[in-house]
Design a protein around this ligand. Sequence first.
Ligand code: GDP
Length: 729
Amino acid sequence: RRRKMVERVTTLMSQPEHIRNIGIVAHIDHGKTTLSDNLLAGAGMISEEIAGKACWMDSDEEEQARGITIDSSNVSMVHEYGGEEFLINMIDTPGHVDFGGDVTRAMRAVDGAVVLVDAVEGTMPQTETVLRQALKEGVRPVLFVNKVDRLINELQVDEMEMQIRLGKVIDKVNKLIKGMNEEAYKNGWKLDAAEGTVAFGSALYNWAISIPYMKKSGVSFKDVYDCCKAGDMKTLAKSSPLCQVVLDMVVNHLPDPLDAQKRRVPIIWQHGDQSTTEGQSMLNCDPEGPACLMVTDISFDPHAGEVATGRLFSGTLRRGSELYVMGTAKRVNRLTQVGIFMGAERIEVESLNAGNIAAVTGLKDAIVGSTVSTMMEMQTFEDLKHYSEPVMTVAVEAKNMKDLPKLVTVLRQVGKEDPTVLVNINEETGEHLISGMGELHLEIITHRIHRDKGVEIVTTPPIVVYRETITSTAGPVEGKSPNRHNRFYLEFEPLPDDVVQKIKDGDISMNLPALERRDALLEAGFDKDEAKSLVAIEATNMFFDMTKGIQYLNETMELVLEGWREALAGGPLADEQVQNVKIRLVDVKLHEDAIHRGPAQVIPAVRGAVKGGLLMAGDSLLEPMQIIQITVPQDHMGAATAQIQGRRGQVFDMKSEGDTITVVGKAPVAELFGFAGDVRSATEGRAMWSTEFAGFETVPAGMLKEVVKEIRKRKGLKEQIPEPADYLA
Ligand code: GDP
């Protein structure tokens, strides 16, 4: 039976019109895991007894214990529709805000999304976030309204009210789509129950209906209502199987790769030239063209090693294929295995062609987000945009000294697997630092290091990640090398918010071709001289070389940038990352003899000038903020509001709906430790809440000294805040 399935999968994978690459996106708890499992079981990819008991896509124990899905893992299934077979590749996406970064990369690999919404709760903040991410990537949505049984059994609505409520959910999602991308909405992406882009049902009880399916099968709203009312789910599951109705909708309304790539390539490869061979080949999903792969996930398999998963937009991959990873040393990465997913299993295949999701080994140089090609050089895909940034850090140590080398390797892996995690070493203390998107995210990562990677570790409680930035201009500031023969003159200026946003969105990026970059800078308000003098962007900082005709500067520039980057990695105030700073190099004096302008001279000179200059330009501290939404029964409103206001937070919106109210506010991450437990006890466990990253804001002046002192102490730095002269002597 297995061999037969392998045959079916491998036949279908070479017929792009029979492929659908999809993701399910939802707010946490709306039933994504249940839906995925039951679809897989229904399609015969896993036994039905296993589904419902074991969670296939939640392969991690702690995910099951917590009931949330964390990793994007892949599964595939074969579905028959209209006498033909289709291969459906499904990428799982996390439903928890702490892991927002994963949703973005999953959306890059797929062409369609099933937006899942709980019929009782309706759309939630995270529904909005994931839908927005899908639309940004050019991914087409269909809607599944889940937990319809709850409407009838818990809320006791009648048949009429059931239809009204379902209609309201559709209207709300349509309103969101229209607001996010009006053009797509008008061009046919508006959800329409009559057309079949909406289905309703109960993932848990394995049934679903859509209007086209009702017409075909004769099942009516009344039948559904009566069966639910009578608690007869079995009859429904037989007359309207979940898997059939949902996968029919997927096959019928979500695009195949041929169709999708025509539309998506101009979005996800915006800066590429569509008339080139690779451009044409990707637009046409051509298996004969050069291989162009975007890596969206990296995982570690105890047998195969590092497995890179990604979407192949053009060409064909085989074992032994020689590929290049853009943005790294131009060396050949030779594929050792080429695989595809069958059910939840990765199987090796002879070759894999454009339009599929590939799982390959041998891509040594790739990280999540890499553009990989048989061509030595190609324009990269758009950067994966993260809507969140790491806001908390823990320090980890190996319990046994002998595990230290292993810990170093494992931490490198962790950083590769999850692009929302940052791993650093504190030079002063030798500690290893892991930064993530929240308390829960970090707990899970550290737990995995122990469980999956077998390294016993000791961790500190999480601490907040701060940033430094300047508030005024300074310069020219002179930086001298230790031998005094080399001098660098720098000017400092805060970057305006709109420029910072453009950098974050990738609209200003070193990945742009030079001419486009120049235009983008002019448009953002930089003058002509600056527009052609940008030499580097690091995080949201820019470095311009405004000098002209200085001998040896070209060959020294890498060292200059190295010194600049080192200073940005840890600012003078609290050794936190520097952001939103524009630096102009306005003059340079270099020793004639290369020996006297080596790394040991240039790097400290520039680093010192940058740190000194930051202090002169009013270096200040920023703290991460989070938007908090708490939904509670009306009579718990006071408790919910107090939970935000009591944490240096402010409440700025209240929305009531029926007998519940949603309180929306903002508070600093530093005040959110233990939030989950506090909200639970303050509301007798009746609150639903979510948080979302809301950027960095200035630490209130009254607290600044104390916070800086605290950070410096923790990091083992001198208590005294440095003066510019300390760096510029
Ligand atoms: P996820 O967080 O989106 O992956 O949600 P899960 O699949 O883990 O489901 C969350 C909870 O909702 C679980 O307790 C499920 O059993 C329950 N659930 C899922 N689908 C349904 C449904 O159709 N009806 C009802 N009554 N409960 C459901």
